[in-house]
Design a protein around this ligand. Structure first.
Ligand code: SAM
Length: 243
């Protein structure tokens, strides 16, 4: 365990995870990096500005989001080459996980520059670990495509996977997703992890048909991670039932 934290290393890209709802979920190291870096590259400077203000950090920011990733990656690389310490943050959670980050990290690695991770909240890990589903083997899909045919094709392909499946979904498509899951995975356990780390955090568990019935009774708002038990659990259940 590191006791006296060393100063930040010049020419380093720091990937800083930020809270996914609960502001207490920021690490001491994340705060130090945000305080001591030269510039913060943020997905949304207004949103990150609020976070920095909450922790009384005053730092110049540059925007880095999906549509300016290519151009901004080059600028960030130039800064790193000049010896600057750059902290990359997204709106919530871990940069690079269904969020901008991958591109600039790859470019920095290829250019032989230093990249350090400052780990912290990630909705995927929070949902999976508290879901009650197997965590030893899992497959993360991120967001499914929007088009029905493509979604269906991807879900069908995932039927063969033994471990737990995890995906992110917008609240506007949760009902649609449950209908699709009822067609493709009718007998699997589904866990809806909603509003993690926030006031109304909850885990809804059941088959997709059971969850559809629950969702029909009240409209579910907020952010969701959806988990689907893997093929292995089904096989083990069948074996147990036949004992
Ligand atoms: N990089 C982030 C991470 O590390 O989790 C994910 C960013 S992605 C653009 C946003 C999606 O993550 C949301 O649509 C939702 O599916 C999931 N998510 C983020 N925060 C969440 C929360 N507090 N509860 C449940 N799901 C959340």
């Amino acid at each position: 365990m590191e006791r006296t934290p060393p100063p930040l290393t010049p020419g380093t890209l720091y990937l800083v995870a930020t809270p996914i709802g609960n502001l207490e979920d920021i690490t001491l190291r994340a705060l130090r990096v945000l305080r001591d870096c030269d510039i913060v590259a943020a997905e949304d400077t207004r949103r990150t500005g609020q976070l920095l203000k909450h922790f009384e950090i005053n730092k110049p920011m540059v925007s880095y989001f999906a549509f300016n990733e290519a151009k901004r990656s080059e600028e960030i690389l130039e800064r790193l080459q000049r010896g600057e310490k750059v902290a990359l943050v997204t709106d919530a959670g871990t940069p690079g996980i269904s969020d901008p980050g991958e591109r600039v990290v790859r470019a920095a690695v290829m250019a032989g520059l230093r990249v350090e991770t400052v780990p912290g909240p990630c909705a995927l890990v929070a949902a999976l670990t508290a879901s009650g589903l197997p965590t030893d083997e899992f497959h993360f899909i991120g967001f499914l495509p929007h088009k029905s045919g493509q979604r269906r094709k991807q879900l069908e392909a995932l039927k063969q996977f033994d471990g737990t499946l995890a995906l992110y979904e917008s609240p506007y498509r949760i009902e649609k997703l449950l209908t699709e899951l009822n067609e493709v995975f009718p007998d699997r356990t589904i866990v809806l992890a909603r509003e993690l780390t926030k006031k109304f955090e909850e885990f809804l568990r059941g088959t997709s048909a059971e969850l559809q019935a629950q969702v029909a009774k009240r409209s579910l708002k907020g952010e969701f991670v959806v988990l689907i038990s893997g093929r292995r659990e089904k096989i083990e259940k069948l074996a147990k039932d036949s004992e």
